[in-house]
Write a protein that binds this ligand. Sequence first.
Ligand code: NAD
Ligand code: TYD
Length: 351
Amino acid sequence: MKTLLITGGAGFIGSHVVRLFVNKYPDYKIVNLDKLTYAGNLENLADIEGAKNYIFEKGDITDEAYIFDLFKKYAFDGVIHLAAESHVDRSISNPMEFVKTNIFGTVTLLNAAKENWKDNFEDKLFYHISTDEVFGSLDDGGFFTETTSYDPQSPYSASKAGSDHFVRAYANTYGLPVIVSNCSNNYGPNQFPEKLIPLFINNIRNNKSLPVYGKGENVRDWLYVEDHAKAIDVLYHKGKKGETYNIGGFNEWKNLDLIKVVCKVMDKKLGREEGTSEKLITYVTDRAGHDLRYAIDANKIMKELGWKPSLQFEEGIAKTIDWYMENEEWMKNVTSGAYQQYYDEMYDKRD
Ligand code: NAD
Ligand code: TYD
C-alpha cells in the first residue's frame, strides 16, 4: 500500500487531484494536508469525506516541527505538493506571504522528505506542482518549453520560481527523487472567485461590473482543471524522476475574447438578451507588471506519456458555467465566508 501526501488538497486544483486519487486508487492512503487559508474549502471534497482511504490533516507547510512529525506519523511514500499562495493580485499587495508559503513551505517539505527518505530514495517521489508563469511573458510569439529560461515577473511567479529551483537543487545536491510540472491557467469547478472566470461568472449573475485590466489584450492558455489532475496522475505514476514537464491545453485566448464567450453563454443561461452581459464590461487600471502572454508547448508529456486534454474549450467552459450556476450555495458560502466554518462543524466536533 502506498501512503501519499497531497498538500493544498482543499484548494481549487488540489481538490480535483485528491478526488481523482481517492476514487482511482482505493489501495492508497491519501493524506490531504491543508492550512485552510481563505483559498482552502473542505466543501470542495464533501463527496469523498467518508472514503476509507482518505484522511484530512489541518496544518501549515511552514511549521517545521509539525511537518516532521507528520512524515514520522505516516511514513509517506510520495508527496504531491500543491499548497501555495496562488493569486497574482494578492502577491502584489502582500509578497511576504508568498515567500513564506511558496518558498519556505516548500523547503520545509523538501527537508522532511530528504530526512525521512535518505536511507532509501527508491520508490519515493517528491512531485512539485508549478506554473508556466515562472517563464515570464511571451511578448513576441513562440511557446514556453521545458528548456525555456526562467524569467518570473510577479512576486507570485518569483516565489514559484524560487520553489522550483529549490526542488531541483535538492535533486542535484541530495539525490532526492523529484518531478516538476509547469501548467498553464486552469479553469473549472471550485475555483475561488478572485480569479478571472469564476469572478466574472458570479458578477454577471449578480449584474455587477466586469473589471477588465488594461485593454483586455493579455493572452492566457486555458486548461480544464480535471485535465490537469489527470496529467498529475500520469506524471506521478509514469513521469521520469528528475525531469520537468509542461502541461497546457494549446488553447490561447485573449482576455477580452474569452470574457465575451463567458458573457454570451451566461446570457443564454440567464435568458437575457444577447449582449446584455457584455454591457457590464468596465476597463480598469491595468495590473502592475501584467504579463502579456503565456503559451505552453505540452508536446513532451503528450508524446512521451500519451496525456492529452480531453475537453475542448467550448465544452469545458459550458461545463464550468453550468457548475457555478448549479452550485449557487457553494458560491454564496465562499463569498460570505461561511465555508470557513465547515472544518469546525465537520471535524472539530468529531474530536
Ligand atoms: P488555491 O489557492 O486554490 O489553493 C491553494 C491551497 O493551498 C488552499 O487550499 C490553501 O488553503 C492551501 N495552503 C495555502 N498556504 C498553505 C500553507 N502554508 N500550508 C498548507 N496549506 C496551504 O490554488 P490552486 O489554484 O489550486 O493552485 C494549486 C497549485 O497549482 C499551486 O501550487 C499553484 O501555484 C499551481 N498552479 C495553479 C494554476 C492555476 O491556474 N490555478 C496553474 C498552474 C499551477
Ligand atoms: P487570473 O485569473 O488572476 O490568472 P493569472 O493572473 O494567474 O493569469 O487572471 C487571468 C487574466 O485575467 C490575467 O491576464 C488578468 C486578467 N484579469 C482581469 O482582467 N480582471 C480581473 O478581475 C482578474 C481577476 C483578472
